[in-house]
Design a binder for this molecule. Sequence first.
Ligand SMILES: Cc1cc2nc3c(=O)[nH]c(=O)nc-3n(C[C@H](O)[C@H](O)[C@H](O)COP(=O)(O)OP(=O)(O)OC[C@H]3O[C@@H](n4cnc5c(N)ncnc54)[C@H](O)[C@@H]3O)c2cc1C
Length: 265
Amino acid sequence: MYEFNYHRPASLKEAKKILSGASDAKIVAGGMTLLPAMKFRLARPSDLVDLAGVSELQGIREKGDRLEIGAMTRHAVVAHSDLVRSRIPALADLAASIGDPQVRNRGTLGGSIANSDPAADYPAAVLALDAVIKTDKREIPADRFFTGMFETALAADEILTSVVFIRPKRAAYAKFPNPASRYAVVGVMVAEYAKAVRVAITGAGPCAFRTPQLERALSGNFSVAALDGLQIDAGDLNSDMHATAEYRAHLVMVMARRAVAAACA
Ligand SMILES: Cc1cc2nc3c(=O)[nH]c(=O)nc-3n(C[C@H](O)[C@H](O)[C@H](O)COP(=O)(O)OP(=O)(O)OC[C@H]3O[C@@H](n4cnc5c(N)ncnc54)[C@H](O)[C@@H]3O)c2cc1C
């Protein structure tokens, strides 16, 4: 590790002031990704702005058919929340499937989404549950948030403050986890709404994405049978030491069928 200035603001206003005043500041949430990146010298910020003391960024609130979850809410809190479990059980299940207890007790919703790891679980929920990402400057629809591998629509000095999820009629998440890290080799979230079905895939491409092909098939016939005979094109999918693009394309359909079956159960 090398020298940097550490700040622990008590409010969003204070955090913004520190971020705009430093030469190359970075936000730290739980440090689950950022601290290893710093140890490997992949990130060398001049200042770290720790959001752990900013209470405005914590918590889960219900507003009509929406659940708003603060950016600093840890995965374990979402997994164990009675409110999330009763309103969007698929989201609580997804949070419970992340990593191990240590990771779930440090990692945050905001850190996961801002990081846009291609194998992270939450991006699938953000896209499938038609979420809105709130920042200190604006609101970003899920469909415009993930722009590439480890890239998002966030500006360097922008603070993600909360994510608003829209409650579906039914939804489920199925993932094929890496046996060591539990990151998704492929994860699929399906969500049925009154007027549309949304299907989002993580782990398979450079960043999470929706599949119009599966959404069309499931709209009007939300059943496993509606997926019969469908295949995903492996052309744009990732190939790495964990799985080839062709294997990931196969896994997408297996996970999609499992997710629909779980949502219908
Ligand atoms: C061993 C291990 C296993 C894991 N397994 C899984 C898994 O199975 N599934 C999964 O989805 N994830 C997994 N993760 C990732 C983990 O769950 C965290 O979500 C991820 O590492 C981000 O951690 P963090 O919230 O501590 O953010 P940090 O590491 O603190 O920050 C990550 C990035 O986001 C930025 N950032 C953080 N908060 C904000 C904010 N509010 N506004 C703007 N930018 C922000 C930071 O500047 C940094 O660039 C795993 C991680 C580890 C170490």
